[in-house]
Design a protein around this ligand. Structure first.
Ligand code: NAP
Length: 288
């Protein structure tokens, strides 16, 4: 039987259809969800990502504010911008585009974002709260992977998930999220020995390596589910699709897999942040 192709565009559309209803509801209460994006420097790929996020916001009837800062921006200047956005009631979500120039303290900048506006799940507090299931917004690509899993009713409980990659925005948080859903999780990285043998034990493989066509079909157990978060130049995933496809029972293509769902998760979190603000103001009205 041919493997199921996990169609990220279809998943993203279903998320956006739900969001449109929720955005209209918020607007009827006088709130338009707004995402602020900050881009420091002139990285062309980052400019494209920020533009794509703003375009998707507008298509759904949300607002966006884009802050462009020059390459020579200092950490203090960046923190000032983040603090201004933290204090702006019209802004519900803040995204600091990664990477920032190397002279900036990126961790400090991320951790300055108010937890309730951390819709990209980049703060240390957000990671901790996601891990402990305390209601923070998870990083968007891990959230997109879970969204695809849920859309296609993929069983996680008791399954062995092997995650290749341990970055703060992808490998680590997705591992915690899979663990929280009762998968048995193995996290691999550049120092892992006998990676192919570890991957061969997986029911579910999450590739988050940043190396084109890195995971080979011969590494897979027959019928494994392959979730490829990779996005390398030339629209190439971290898995070698041609060899992984025939061994898998379900697989995400690149492009058209995890990528399209990621932006919709960012907007979903921003809408949820706006809903939280509405609920808080309703409670305050009831108290006064
Ligand atoms: P990253 O920060 O470079 O992390 C890569 C991870 O892969 C690291 O943990 C690294 O291990 C591990 N790794 C590198 N070489 C390895 C090897 N030979 N064997 C085993 N592990 C190895 O990358 P990232 O930001 O997590 O991104 C990963 C991929 O996802 C990239 O293709 C990126 O473009 C893509 N991505 C996609 C989206 C989306 O929206 N779809 C969003 C973000 C990222 P060490 O920790 O030991 O160095």
């Amino acid at each position: 039987m041919n493997p199921l192709i996990l169609d990220g565009r279809k998943v993203a559309q279903s998320v956006k259809d739900n969001l449109k209803v929720q955005i209209n509801e918020l607007k009827s209460h006088g709130i338009t969800p707004k995402l602020a994006t900050i881009l420091v420097g002139n990285d062309e790929a980052s400019k494209t990502y920020v533009q794509m996020k703003a375009n998707t916001c507008h298509k759904l009837g949300m607002e966006s504010e884009r802050v462009f800062l020059p390459e020579e921006t200092t950490t203090e200047e960046l923190l000032d911008v983040i603090n201004r956005l933290n204090n702006d009631d019209q802004v519900h979500g803040i995204l600091l585009q990664h990477p920032v120039p190397s002279h900036i303290d990126e961790r400090l900048a991320f951790d300055t974002i108010a937890l309730e506006k951390d819709v990209d799940g980049v703060t240390s507090h957000g990671f901790g709260a996601t891990t402990f299931q305390l209601g923070a917004y998870p990083c968007c690509t891990p959230a997109a992977i879970l969204q695809v899993i849920d859309f296609y009713n993929i069983e996680l409980e008791g399954k062995h998930a092997v995650v290749i990659g341990r970055s703060p925005i992808l490998g680590k948080p997705v591992s915690m999220m899979l663990l929280n859903r009762n998968a048995t999780v193995t996290i691999c990285h550049s120092k892992t020995e006998n990676l192919d043998e570890v991957v061969r034990q997986a029911d579910i493989v999450v590739a988050a390596v940043g190396r084109p066509k890195f995971v080979k079909g011969e590494w897979l157990k027959e019928g494994a589910i392959v979730l490829d978060a990779g996005y390398n130049p030339g629209n190439i995933g971290d898995c070698d699709y041609d060899t992984c496809y025939p061994k898998s029972s379900a697989i995400t293509p690149v492009p058209g897999g995890i990528g399209p769902v990621t932006i919709s998760m960012l907007l979903k979190h921003t809408v949820e942040a706006a809903q939280t603000q509405l609920n808080v103001s309703k409670k305050q009205t009831n108290v006064s």
